[in-house]
Structures are given as structure tokens and as C-alpha cells.
Design a protein around this ligand. Structure first.
Ligand code: 5GP
Ligand code: ZN
Length: 149
């Protein structure tokens, strides 16, 4: 959908700090992060809300959110937890009408930082944050390969 900012990110005609991509999904940093490394997981095909989303894609979105939560713990961002959140519909505060799952890194004792993040919605050095998450995913992959060997 040409008027949709997330479709433009998928198409590569709008910029984003990508952390993961495959045939059906894309994950990139939120432009106004609540916490450093705040990531959005989206389906590549446009779906306005959950009513519009294929079930299989919904399951894949959560699976990637789950992997990102694990990758954040293995990254150098210092996360030891995450909030996964999906705002479905205007009444639920959905502002971008292309389905997306928020993955917000959390760490013990970060309440004040996160409260400030809610107000400021700014994240320094997004390229470095995205690289740290990609490294976390690589570490998770390596760990899974080792446990299978
Ligand atoms: P919602 O309230 O719809 O769940 O959240 C939409 C999110 O998309 C917000 O956190 C907002 O900062 C983010 N967002 C809006 N426009 C852009 C954009 O152009 N690029 C990126 N990376 N994130 C965006
Ligand atoms: Zn879209």
C-alpha cells in the first residue's frame, strides 16, 4: 500500500534501521523508541489490523518477537527482559495502520529510564543499537546450533 509508511520501509523507499528480514517479515528500530533497541516486527504484506491478518503470519510475528526478546538478552544492550505489545485498532492506540509488534528491551531497575523514554521518545546511535541486536540474534543462532550438535 503506497500510502503506508511501513509498506514503504518494506519496499526500501523509506529508511529504517533493520535488525532482521526474511520472505514474510521485517523487524526494524522504532523511530521514537521508548527504550534503546525498541524494535517493531511487521508482516511484509500489508495488513491493517489483526482482523485483516493471516493467522499463520500472526504466529510468525510472535515467534520473531520471541526470538528478538531472547536476542536482546544476549546482546550488549544489557536487557534482561522485554515488553511485547501489539496495539490493535484506533481504540487500542494503534497509530500506524500496518500491524506491528513492539519489542521493548527492559532491564532490572530501569523504571525511571523507561518513564523518561515514554516522554522523550529519543534513542541515541540507532545504527549501533541495531547492530547490537543483530549480534544478539547471531549469538542466539550459535547457541541453538551448539545445543543441537
Ligand atoms: P502504535 O501506537 O501504532 O502501536 O505505534 C506505532 C509506532 O510506530 C510508534 O512507536 C512510532 O514511533 C513508530 N513509527 C511511526 N512512524 C515510523 C517510521 O516512519 N519509522 C519507524 N521506524 N517507526 C515509526
Ligand atoms: Zn502497510
Amino acid at each position: 500500500m503506497s500510502g503506508c509508511i511501513f509498506c514503504r520501509i518494506v519496499a526500501g523507499t523509506a529508511p529504517a534501521h533493520r535488525v532482521y528480514e526474511d520472505e514474510t517479515l521485517c523487524a526494524f528500530l522504532d523511530i521514537r523508541p521508548i527504550a534503546r533497541g525498541h524494535t517493531l516486527v511487521i508482516p511484509k504484506p500489508h495488513a491493517t489490523n489483526l482482523d485483516d491478518l493471516d493467522h499463520e503470519l500472526g504466529a510468525r510475528i510472535f515467534t520473531l518477537g520471541h526470538r528478538l526478546a531472547k536476542a536482546l538478552r544476549r546482546s550488549d544492550l544489557g536487557a534482561d527482559g522485554a515488553n511485547l505489545l501489539l496495539n490493535d485498532g484506533k481504540s487500542a492506540f494503534q497509530t500506524v495502520h500496518h500491524v506491528h509488534l513492539h519489542v521493548v528491551p527492559r532491564r532490572r531497575g530501569d523504571l525511571l529510564t523507561v518513564a523518561r523514554g515514554f516522554v522523550l521518545r529519543r534513542g541515541p546511535e540507532p545504527e549501533a543499537a541495531a547492530a547490537a541486536i543483530r549480534t544478539g540474534l547471531d549469538r542466539l543462532d550459535a547457541e541453538e546450533r551448539e545445543s543441537r550438535a
